[in-house]
Design a binder for this molecule. Sequence first.
Ligand code: BGC
Length: 739
Amino acid sequence: MNKLFRKLRYISIISIVLFLLSTYAKGQMPVYLDESKTIHERIEDALARMTLEEKIAICHAQSKFSTPGCPRLGIPEIWMSDGPHGVRMEFMWDSWSHADWTNDSCTVYPALSCLAATFNPALSNKYGNAIGEEARYRKKDILLGPGVNIYRTPLNGRNFEYFGEDPLLTSKMVVPYIQGLQQNGVAACMKHFALNNQEKGRDSINVLASDRALYEIYLPAFKAGVEEGKVWAVMGSYNKFRGQYCSHNELLVNKILKGEWNFDGVLVTDWGSAHNTEEAARNGLDIEMGSWTNGLTWGLSSAYDKYYMAKPFLKKIRNGELPVSLLDEKVRRILLLNFRTNMNRNRPYGLKLTPEHTAIALKVAEEGIVLLKNEKNFFPVEKGRYQKIAVIGENAVKKLTQGGGSSELKPQEEISPLQGMIDKYGKDHVVFSLGYASGEPNYSNELPSKYNADSLIIAAVETAKNADVVFFFGGLNKNFNQDCEGDDRINMDLPFGQNMLINKLLEVNQNLGIVVISGNAVSMPWINKVNGLIQSWYLGSQAGKATANIISGDANPSGKLPFSIPKKLEDNGANSFGPAVYPGKGPDVNYSEDILVGYRWFDTKKIEPLFPFGYGLSYTTFKYGKASSEKSVYKQNETLKMTFTLSNTGKMDGSETVQLYTTQKNPTLLRPAKELKGFTKILLKAGETQLVEMDLKVSDMAFYNDKIGAWTLEPDDYIISIASSSRSIKSSNTIKIVR
Ligand code: BGC
C-alpha cells in the first residue's frame, strides 16, 4: 500500500513538473512560431527579433539557388529550382556544375508552348499541381516558373518556355497552373517581368513600348497571375524598360506590380539582373539572386557579400542614405513567403515520379500536338497499314530535355519519337536513318557534329527509297541559336540542312509526313509537297509515346497553334520594320508594331499567314451551328452569352477548341481586326451534338486608352465571332454596346 502511495506521489510530482514546464514553454514560445497568432503578428515579431545583418542576409543569395533564412531564429533557408516544365537537377553550391546526385531526376512535362496549345486550363491546373508535388518532394520552396512573356518574334530563343502570342490565352492558362503548383506549399515564380521578348542582348537591351502595348499585350498575363492566381513570387527580367532595369524599375515594380495590382509576394531578380543598390532598395526588389557578383562573371570569393543587396545595401542603411523601413518592407515579404511555404506545417510532403505524373505528361503532350496538314488521309497511320516505315531525322532520337539553358532537365524516363514509333508499330516495321546531325549543346555555342553530313544524306535517301512511308522528324533542338536561352535564332529556317534533306527525300518517296519539333515557327518551303504535317513540341518524358499515339490515331489530335506561323519572317509584325524594331539598334529596341502582335498584326494588316493562330486539325470533323446572343443591345456592366450547337460529324471521338473573337466597328483609336476574348474545349463523341454557351463580360471588350491612361469601352457596334481559328470564323453576331 505504502509502495503504491509512493508510486502515485511520484507520478503526480512528475505530472506537475511537466505541466509547469509546458506552461513555461508556452509562455516562452515566440509569437512568430505561435500558430494561434495571425501571420501579420508573427511576421512583425520575427522582424523585431532580427538584427540588421540578418535582415540584409535574407535579401540575397547564399548559393546558386538558395537564400540563408535566419538560422539563429530557426527561420529556414529558401530553396529554389528551375523551371517551368520540370524540377531541375541539383547544382553545386556555388558553381554551374551539376551536383550529380542520384535522386534528382524528374518527370519532364511538355514545355509551356505545348501546354498552351492544349487550350485546356483544367489540364494546366493538373500540370501545375504535378510539378508542384515534385518540387515539394525535392524540398524546393520556389519553382522558377511559369514564364509568361509574349511571343513577339519567332526568333526569340525562349518562346518554348512561354504560352504563345496571345495575352488572354496566356492568362487563362497561367492562373490554374499557379494555383495547382502553390497548393503544394511551393511558390510559383512567374517570370520574366517584363518585356523580355528576346534573348539577343537581353542583359542590356532597353525596350521602348507604349503604355497601350504594355497594358493590352505584355502585362495581362502577369496581372492575372498576381490578381487571380495569387502568385507568391515574381522574377524580374534582365532587360531594361524605358531606360531602367526591369528588376528595379519604378514604373513596372512600384507603380504597377506592387501598386496597381497589390502584389504581396517577393520580387526576385533573374540571375544577375540587379545593377544598382539604390534602385534595388527603392524600387521594390526583394531578393537578389545570381552567379558570383553580377551573374555574368566568375571567380570572386565572398562574392555574395558584394551583391547590390548585400554589404553595399547594409552600408547605405548604416550611413543613413537609405531608410531601414525599405529593408523591413522586403523582409516582411520574405517572411510571408516563409510562412506560405517552409514555415507552413500543414503543407503536403509532395510526391515524385508517380504514375499520375506520367499520365499528365502524356495527356498534355497528346493534347498539345497540332495537326497542321492532312491531305489524302495521310494520317492517321493505323497499325498494319504499312510494312516498312522509315523514321528519318535526328530529332527522332535527340534528347530534347537537355540544352536550352535553365530549363534543362534530368528525366527519369525519356521516350524518344523513334522508340515511340517502334513500340507502336513493332521493330520489324520501323527503319531509322539519322539524316542530319547537330553537335552537342553547350551553354553559349554548339560543339561540331561528329558525323559527315553527305554520308548521312545518302543513307537517309536510301532508307526513304525503300520504305512504304516516311516520317521526317526535324525542327529545332535547343542548341545555341535555336530554341535556347542566351541568344535568339539567326533566321526562321530549319537548321542543319533539313530543308535540303527533305527535298531529297521527297524526290525518292512522296509518301512523306513531317513532324516539326520546336517551340517556334519555322519556315516550310516544302509545304506544298507534303501531305502530312504535325507541329510538335519539346514533349518531355512521354514524347515518343504521345507522338506515336497521335500518328497512329490512338489519340485524336486537338492542339491548336498558340502562335501564328508566317510564310516568311518579314511577315511577322516585329520583323517587318528592320533592326531598330528587332533585335534593336544601339541600346534600344522599339516595339513599333505596338499592340499588333501575332494574329493582331496579320489580320489587321491583311497578311496571310501560313498557319494562323488557333489553328489545328482533328481526325474527326466538326460542324458549327449559327451562334446567337440573347439580345442585341448591352450595357457596359452586363455579360453576354453566345449560344450555338457544335456537332462531331466524323467517325472518331474528338475535342474542338472553340474560340471567341471580338471586333469593334468604329473605334476612335486603332484596334486590331480581332481579339481573342474567350475559348472553350469541348469533347464530343462521334456523331454527338452539344449546345455550347460562351459567356463574355462586355467590359472585357475595352481597350487601354493611353491618351487618358485608362481602360475604355466605347459605345459602338461590336462583332462577336465564334471561330475554329483566328482565320476560320464559323458564325458572327453584331451587337450594340450602350452606356
Ligand atoms: C534564367 C531564369 C532562370 C535562372 C536560374 C536565368 O538565366 O533567365 O529563367 O530561372 O537563370 O537558373
